[in-house]
Design a binder for this molecule. Structure first.
Ligand SMILES: [Zn+2]
Length: 62
């Protein structure tokens, strides 16, 4: 198990893939890499328990 501390800043984000424009809901503190469901492009990569978002953030869902 990776070290993971879900804090109050954890939230869901609606992002758009920069490659194919597929929109997808991801978690901003994802513990592992998140790929686009459509084309496999990396949307977020994990950096010490906090996701580094690489896709365009369209909306924050709290
Ligand atoms: Zn894509």
């Amino acid at each position: 198990m990776p070290k993971y501390f879900p804090g109050p800043r954890s939230k869901f984000l609606k992002v758009e893939c920069s490659k194919c424009n597929e929109q997808q809901i991801i978690f901003n503190s994802a513990a592992s890499e998140v790929e686009c469901n459509n084309c496999g492009e990396t949307l977020a990569e994990s950096r010490g328990g906090k996701a580094r978002i690489k896709a365009e953030i369209k909306k924050e869902l709290g």
